[in-house]
Design a protein around this ligand. Sequence first.
Ligand SMILES: Nc1ncnc2c1ncn2[C@@H]1O[C@H](COP(=O)(O)OP(=O)(O)OP(=O)(O)O)[C@@H](O)[C@H]1O
Ligand SMILES: [Mg+2]
Length: 340
Amino acid sequence: MTTLEENTAICVKDFALFGIKIEPIRQYYSPQAANYEFEIISLPSVAAFNRAVEAMKLMCDASCEMIGAGKFRLSAPCNRQYIGVGNCEPSLTKAVSADENGRQKGYICFGKGNFDYIVTSMEKAAHILVAGTTGSGKSCLLNSLIMELLCFSNAQLILIDPKQGVEFGIYEQDVHKRICSVAKNVSEAVEWLSVAVNEMERRYAHMKEKGLKEYDGVRLVVVIDELADLMMTSKKTVEQSIVRIAQMGRAAGVHLIVATQDPRASVVTGLIKYNLPTKVCLKTANAQHSMNVIDVGKGAELLGKGDAYLQLPTSPDLLRCQCPNISTDNILKIITKQGE
Ligand SMILES: Nc1ncnc2c1ncn2[C@@H]1O[C@H](COP(=O)(O)OP(=O)(O)OP(=O)(O)O)[C@@H](O)[C@H]1O
Ligand SMILES: [Mg+2]
C-alpha cells in the first residue's frame, strides 16, 4: 500500500499532466477516507481542473471539495475506522474532570471527527435531532449516547421506544435507577412526555422561588427512538410537548434526543427542526431528507453505519464524524453491575 505522502506526490504529478500546478497543504486519514488537501498555484482553465478531478474520481474513487479560495480536498475511500464508546472514554473523562461541575453537565461524545473526538455537553447541545435511513446507525448512536450519559453524568433518563421496546427494552434491567421509564407504545410515550413537561414546569417554579436563572440539579434527558411513529398517531399532543420542552427545557436541565428514519416535513415539522439545534444526519434515503435536517443534500452520499454530518449550535460548520457503537453485552454489563 502506498503512503499518504507517496499518494500526495502522485496527485501533484497527475494534476501537472493537465497543466495544473498544485501544492500540498496536508494529508490525513479520517475514519472514512484518506484526505489530501492542496492549494492551486496556477491552472490554465476551470475546465482543465474539472477534467483532473474527474480523472481522480476514475482512478481512486476520490471526491473533491473546495475548502476555501483556491484550496481543495481530495478524499479517497479507504478502510473504515469504526468507533466504540470505549474509544470515546478518554476524551469524555478529560472533559468531565476538567470541569468543576462535570457530572452535572451531561458530557457526550458524538464519535470521531476528521482529527479528533467530538465532545460536547447536553448543556451546550440543548436538544438533538438524529435522522437517517434504516440501518444508518440511529439506534447504535442512541444507545451510545445513553451509555455515555449513564457513565459520565448523573442524568436521569426517560426512554421512548414506540416499537414495543425492541430497542430500549433492555434498559428495564437497569439496577441503578437512572432510567425513570421505558415507554413501549404511543400512549405510554405521550404520558411520559407530559411527565417531562410537568417536571420542567416544576423546576421553573423552583427556580423562580429561588431566584435562579439555571436549574442546578440533575439533568433529565428524554430519548425517543422513532418520532414518526408518535407523530403518525398523536401529532398534535406529541408536537406540543416536544416543542415546549425544546423551547424551555435547556435552562431547566430537561433535554431531548429525538431520532427518526423519516425526516419528512410532516414528521420533522419546522417547529421541531428549529427548536432542536443539534443535528446528527446519518445516511439518508435521499437528498431531500438530508435537506430537511441539515439544509444540504449530501447526507444521502454518506456511507451508512454511523457515518454522519454533525451540526452543533456552537459551530457554523457541518462536521463529518463516525458515530460510536456499543454492544448489547456491554450495555447489560454496565446497567446490571452492582455496587456503584
Ligand atoms: N456506529 C456504528 N459502528 C459500527 N457499526 C454500526 C454503527 N451504526 C450502525 N452499525 C451497524 O448497522 C446496523 C444497523 O444499525 P442501527 O440498528 O443503529 O440502524 P437504525 O438506523 O437504527 O435502523 P432502523 O431505522 O432500521 O432502526 C447495526 O446492527 C450495526 O451492525
Ligand atoms: Mg433503530
